[in-house]
Structures are given as structure tokens and as C-alpha cells.
Design a protein around this ligand. Structure first.
Ligand SMILES: C[S@@+](CC[C@H](N)C(=O)[O-])C[C@H]1O[C@@H](n2cnc3c(N)ncnc32)[C@H](O)[C@@H]1O
Length: 317
């Protein structure tokens, strides 16, 4: 590395450090940490780092909300379960993308007419997954959580029957096409987007969504990708009328029968297969290893460790 590269790296690290400290301080003052990041970085949209830091800081607040208002949580989750029901059998797998603290996932699984064989959820924030695991335990719901990024999901193509979101594409305005493409890659039967629908929102809600850097044009983007959108409407119940939730239901043409492919983990960097044990997810083909932190797999590409000598155990070293 030459001196210029070293200086650049050092500047980036210093900038990231001050962004993190600034966002933490803004959050502690009761301000919107993402808004602070947009202003500090002079950006109209939300960077992945700002999204991660802002949501990680909020870890625990959704569970507090669900405890304070269980009726609202029940209404939200039963509404989503009704939308997923036609695609879910006892042999199915379902995945919530950006599951936060699993307050939606736990309720959705409970309200589904048939409990799926596999229920999975991932979030970019470890802290939110950690809270989510506790919530799932408390609710006696069996579901597997991991840290991941919705733009590089660590699962094989068409390996999950139903992939759904609940306001997780929301902060990723400007990256709609890449997000939907990745969800379609992993889903076998259906992608169900439960997101704020800019085009069906009031002028006030649209102005708010623009200022927050939220997604837009989800139906149009899905159709541009050649998919068939079979449901597109606002939901009866939504928590905040200024952030009106709607559904964009994308049905894929079915090529395999229900339940004939098991879940398969993939390296988010290379798409090579990953084997899993309690310590790590590792690729025998490439020697790349992803660690497990306090029981939660870390499966983003920037968690990758090149460790060719690791073969599921280190007892042979
Ligand atoms: C509004 S919250 C919704 C959480 C959850 N789906 C629910 O219904 O309670 C949005 C969530 O999406 C997650 N998220 C945003 N961008 C993400 C990304 N690129 N990959 C994974 N998760 C992401 C955030 O960390 C946050 O937990």
C-alpha cells in the first residue's frame, strides 16, 4: 500500500469513527440518527453504514413497542400471515428479509394456518437479531436468525419458498432494482413486499418518504424485471398513515414441487456452498469462513475470513 492509499484509508476510518460517534450522540439526544447521517454526509439517500448504525442503535425498541401495544402487533402480523397463507404448507420454508427484532416474524409464524418447516429471518444488525432471538424464545416460536445483507443473501437460488419483507426495503431508496432482483433470486414461489407504497401515498406522506430516502416505484421496478405482480394495494391496517404500508405480491412461475429443495447456505462473496456448525459457516471449496457471534451467524461478505486450514473443526491443526 503506498502512502496515498494509507492516507485515504486512514481518512475513511476517521470519518466512519466520527459518523458513528455523531450518530450515537444524535440518538442519545432523541434525534433521528439517519437524518443526522444524511446531513453530515451531504447525502439524499441512506448509506448502508448509516442504515446499519441507526437500526443497531434502536435495538430493543420494537420489542418494547410490541409489549406496550400487543393488539397492534397482532393486527399487523395476522394481516401479513393472511397474505402469505396461500403459499405456505407444513413443508415450506419462509424468510423474512430485514427481520429486525423478529416481532413481525414471530407473529406471522404464529398466525399462519400451517406452520412452515423452516422459518428464517436475517437483519443487517447483530444487536437486533440478538434481541429477536430472545423474543422468539419468549413466544415459543421456532425460527433461525442470522446477520445478512439483503443485497447479498447467503442462500442458494430458489431455495426458500416464500421471501417477504416488512418495511425493510424502506430505507434503501435508490437501490430498488438490486434489492428486488436479489429477493427474486432466492425465492422459489413468491416474493411478498410489505413496504410503504410511495405511488399510492398522500402528498404529505410522499414528502415525508422523500425526505427519509425511502424506496419508490416498487411495482414498476418488479415489472421492469419481467415479473408478474398479482397484488398491489395499500393494507387495511398500518401503524403510521404518513408511512402507508402496502403489498406488492410477485409470483414466480413454479418449476419445482413444494419442499423438494432443502435450504442451502451460500457464501455471499463467491456463492460457493457453505457448511455450518456451531462455530462457523465455511466453504470447503474456497477456504472462506464466516464466524458465529454469541450463537448468531455473521453472513455478510465483509465478515468473511480467509482460513484455508479451517475444516469445520480446528482439532486437525
Ligand atoms: C423498519 S425496520 C422493520 C423490521 C422488521 N421487518 C419488522 O417488521 O419489525 C427495517 C429493518 O430492515 C433492516 N435493514 C435495512 N436495510 C437492510 C439490509 N440492507 N439488509 C438487511 N437488513 C436491512 C434494518 O436493520 C431494520 O431492522
Amino acid at each position: 500500500m503506498n502512502n496515498e492509499d494509507k492516507n485515504l484509508l486512514q481518512n475513511n476510518m476517521t470519518e466512519l469513527g466520527s459518523l458513528m460517534q455523531g450518530m450515537r450522540a444524535a440518538y442519545a439526544r432523541g434525534e433521528n440518527a439517519m437524518e443526522y447521517a444524511r446531513q453530515t454526509t451531504h447525502s439524499l439517500g441512506n448509506t448502508p453504514e448509516a442504515t446499519l448504525i441507526a437500526y443497531d442503535l434502536q435495538a430493543g425498541t420494537y420489542i418494547a413497542g410490541a409489549r406496550a401495544n400487543p393488539e397492534a402487533n397482532a393486527r399487523w402480523c395476522s394481516q401479513l400471515a393472511a397474505l402469505l397463507n396461500p403459499f405456505v404448507s407444513r413443508q415450506s420454508s419462509i424468510l423474512e428479509v430485514g427481520c429486525g427484532e423478529a416481532t413481525t416474524l414471530a407473529g406471522v409464524v404464529s398466525y399462519l394456518s400451517h406452520k412452515p418447516k423452516h422459518a428464517l429471518g436475517f437483519d443487517i444488525s447483530w444487536s437486533r437479531c440478538a434481541h429477536g432471538i430472545k423474543w422468539l424464545e419468549e413466544k415459543s416460536v421456532a425460527a433461525e436468525l442470522f446477520v445478512g445483507d439483503l443485497f447479498e443473501i447467503p442462500l442458494a437460488d430458489a431455495s426458500v419458498d416464500v421471501v417477504y419483507t416488512s418495511h425493510s426495503l424502506e430505507p434503501n431508496g435508490g437501490r430498488e432494482e438490486a434489492a428486488i432482483k436479489e429477493l427474486l433470486r432466492v425465492a422459489r414461489y413468491a416474493v411478498v413486499l410489505i413496504e410503504p407504497l410511495y405511488e399510492l401515498a398522500s402528498a404529505d406522506a410522499q414528502a415525508r418518504m422523500q425526505s427519509h430516502g425511502y424506496v419508490r416505484g416498487l411495482k414498476e421496478t418488479a415489472e421492469k424485471l419481467g415479473t408478474s405482480v398479482s397484488k398491489y394495494r395499500l393494507l387495511e391496517y398500518c401503524g403510521n398513515p404518513l408511512n402507508p404500508s402496502g403489498v406488492v405480491l410477485i409470483e414466480k412461475s413454479i418449476t419445482k414441487s413444494l419442499g423438494d429443495i432443502d435450504l442451502q447456505w451460500r457464501c455471499p462473496l463467491t456463492h460457493s456452498r457453505l457448511l455450518a456448525n456451531s462455530a462457523a459457516y465455511y466453504s470447503p471449496e474456497t477456504g472462506v469462513v464466516y464466524p458465529v457471534l454469541a450463537g448468531i451467524p455473521l453472513l455478510r461478505s465483509n465478515h468473511a475470513i480467509v482460513a484455508s486450514a479451517f475444516s469445520g473443526t480446528h482439532s486437525n491443526i
